[in-house]
Design a protein around this ligand. Sequence first.
Ligand code: PAF
Length: 279
Amino acid sequence: MKTFITKQSLAAYLQLIRASGKTIGFVPTMGALHQGHLSLIELARQHNDVVVCSIFVNPTQFNDPKDLEKYPRPIAADTHLLQQAKADILFNPGVKEMYDDNEQWHLNIGELEHLLEGKFRPGHYQGVTQVVYKLFNMVKPDTAFFGQKDYQQFLVISKLVELMNMPVELVMCPIKREDDGLAMSSRNIHLSADEHRHALVLSKTLNWAKANFDGSNFDVLQKEAERMINAEDGVALEYFEIADGGTLHPADAASKKVVALVAAKVGKTRLIDNVLLRS
Ligand code: PAF
């Protein structure tokens, strides 16, 4: 695996790859890699000739400086995992390589910015679109892979690609879970054993909602799901929403795709998860 830390050296190398007619699959990450990320690398391998993974903890998408500070950065272990997963290229730039001082960015992504995650993490999706726009311009991938766990992020990035007319195909990959059902996340390492146990209420409630969805009982499911999560010790629910899979507004009978999404704090760790009820 080749590692690049400057955009110039990455661009020069990728130009040669493209000139040889090879396709590029891209997996952007913030590191602290787990099986979920590795499944994205695996899918990228299946779709493309060359797989690029980026590791960059993007400061502009953190609205809480403490969250940014404590975000895990195990670069040696990550590099090892990427080698094992047979990624071809790691792009691991520093903040100065990605941002000029006082850089301004605003993209009108409409309501998606303010719904659900957007309400609890103001500015988060502006930071995500800012860095993904830069990364897509640097890597110029044919295909880019993102996890379903960040369902709203996938919709936001789809909007970015549409607005900026970027020639990249986006692929949403299924959520990877621990054996006990907890959605894999780089943040899970912050959970104590007790917190981990309490956090299971999120996937259990989503599974319950899926098993009990009859196509129209949106309100009943939502209320009962909220009750179940609120009854769990140590879990502070932020939202449980049964939403239209395209708009993220509350789902109704006309919604072709329906997704149940949840966000909660377990101790100090914020977790998100979701399940498709109708796809
Ligand atoms: O999903 C993530 O890890 C990040 O939001 C992303 C897409 C790499 C942008 O920093």
